[in-house]
Design a protein around this ligand. Structure first.
Ligand code: PLP
Length: 505
């Protein structure tokens, strides 16, 4: 029943809120969902890593806007039948493509709690923001940053890198850049990264208004580490023609092969030259938690800013990107934007300034901090560090299996958790591209590809904490099986492939 208040305004009955009429029913349904998701994760090995989406399932998601309600149980059945079986597969230990974390049951539960709280972490004085500040503090101590450092959760490292470029821009041009744009002065700013750096940095230069050509892509050595001497020379050349170098972006774990730049040398060069030193540590930065890796990340503590993802090696469910900035004042000066409706107070709900909305472009923000807090507290950083170290050990195991197998060749040195290799074949690029697709479609594993010196590589990034040697063995067996099929001639004979010598490391 509805009550007319004035023309065109109706007050509906309380029973017409979106809360359930019967909480017991929704509770029972919720328990079923939770049990099913625990089973899904616990029994994940019984499933294919990934399954191609059948046409009729895809078509289901071209339906008209639902004007009428549906029973929750029926909607959930659609989820179990048509969504659950066709996910990316990164929960599965056989998933090795791109750089995807595996998630945990702990993170999943925390997500449910966060959704129940429905907190908006843009600002105001409430404990979820203190949880985020706790993570900022933990991250600050993880990387040895000073007390005045600040940090903020974002979607992912692509966003964190873009935001770091903006902080570096404000530091170089002053806060007036926020009113006037980068202008003539900004047009002469140049930034530097290696040509193995992630594409989101080029995109960030474009989005920040510098233009992607203002990013100088410096050569790398055979381990894909930036050539620091070439970097120094390029900076000098740019200065000589009147340009204004302002930023160097180092990589702590490149996306293709897991290279770590000499961060100590980059930090020293930036200090000497008065440049902002940003590190893209999307997945590699959390390597500081693994005792064997931490020394290789030396110099990270000298950065002006670090971008990283808790959703990769940290295994926090998507998404949980993070930006840490050494000088919190410069961070705030880049993003804070006073508004009457966001007025701060010293008490009441509008207290607690600065707010996270002062540290990035987002005003409404979810409670990403909760799943990260649960993950860090439940497992502890020692265990997370051991897990990270173990993924690198598994990459070493895969490397050894490749080197022991004459039909396979390694295409890049294995430095962290990423292995690039291929099946030896006459049309190696075509064959290996198809091998990867065949393996993905088989559901056995999910590697991805990249191109190294014009050669298509099968790329296995061991990020998932569930991956074990049996998954590596299954990948190798599948590559050999599909490789043999793909390089077989029409008459059934196997192509005679000239074997190139193994890559010397
Ligand atoms: C080195 C590196 N930088 C940046 C990114 C982008 O991170 P995100 O996907 O969280 O935006 C990635 C993603 O894999 C990466 O490996």
């Amino acid at each position: 029943m509805t009550v007319a208040l004035r023309e065109g305004v109706l007050l509906s009955e309380p029973s017409e809120t979106l809360d359930p009429q019967n909480w017991d029913e929704v509770r029972a349904q919720g328990h079923r969902m939770l049990d099913d998701m625990f089973d899904y994760v616990a029994d994940i090995r019984d499933r294919p890593v990934w399954s191609p989406i059948p046409d009729d399932v895809r078509t289901q998601f071209r339906a008209a806007l639902p004007r009428q309600p549906s029973d929750l149980g029926a909607v959930y059945r659609e989820f179990t039948d048509s969504i659950l079986p066709y996910a990316t597969g990164n929960v599965h230990p056989g998933f090795m493509g791109w750089v995807h974390g595996g998630g945990t049951a702990v993170g999943m539960l925390a997500e449910m709690l966060a959704a129940g709280l429905n907190a908006n972490l843009g600002g105001r004085d409430h404990i979820p923001i203190e949880v985020e500040r706790q993570i900022v503090e933990w991250t600050r101590s993880m990387f040895g940053f000073p007390e005045e450092a600040s940090g903020v959760f974002v979607t992912g490292t692509s966003m964190a890198n873009l935001m770091a470029l903006l902080v570096a821009r404000t530091a170089a041009l002053g806060q007036s850049v926020r009113r006037n744009g980068i202008g003539d002065q900004g047009a002469s700013l140049t930034a530097y990264a290696s040509n193995a750096a992630h594409g989101c940095i080029t995109k960030g230069m474009d989005l920040a208004g510098f233009g992607s050509d203002a990013l100088r892509c410096i050569d790398v050595d055979r381990f894909h580490r930036i050539d620091v001497a070439a970097l120094r020379a390029r900076i000098a050349r740019d200065r000589n023609v009147g340009l204004k170098p302002f930023l160097v972006i180092g990589s702590a774990g490149t996306v293709d092969i897991g290279a770590i730049d000499d961060l100590r040398a980059l930090g020293a060069l930036c200090r000497e030259q008065g440049l902002w030193f940003h590190v893209d540590g999307a997945y590699g930065a959390l390597g500081v938690l693994a005792p064997a890796l931490a020394p290789r990340l030396a110099g990270l503590e000298t950065a002006d800013s670090i971008a990283l993802d808790f959703h990769k090696w940290g295994q926090v469910p998507y998404d949980a990107g993070f930006l840490l900035v050494r000088d919190g004042r410069q961070h705030r000066e880049t993003f804070s934007a006073p508004a009457a409706y966001l007025r701060r107070e010293t008490r009441g709900l509008a207290a607690g300034s600065p707010w996270p909305c002062d540290l990035g472009p987002d005003l409404s923000r979810g409670f990403r901090a909760l799943k990260t807090w649960f993950t860090l507290k439940t497992y502890g950083t020692d265990k997370l560090g051991a897990m990270i170290g173990r993924t690198c050990g598994l990459a070493g195991y895969l490397e050894a299996r490749i080197q022991a197998e004459p039909r396979l060749e390694l295409l890049a040195p294995v430095q962290l958790n990423i292995v690039c290799f291929r099946y030896r074949a006459a049309d190696a690029n075509g064959v290996n591209r198809n091998i990867v697709i065949d393996i993905q479609e088989s559901g056995i594993a999910a590697p991805s590809t990249t191109i190294l010196d014009g050669q298509l590589a099968i790329r296995a990034a061991i990020v998932n904490h569930r991956t074990d040697t049996c998954d590596i063995d299954a990948l190798i067996a599948a590559v050999l099986e599909f490789g043999a099929q793909r390089s077989r001639c029409d008459d059934g004979s196997v192509l005679n492939v000239e074997l190139s010598p193994p890559l010397a490391m």
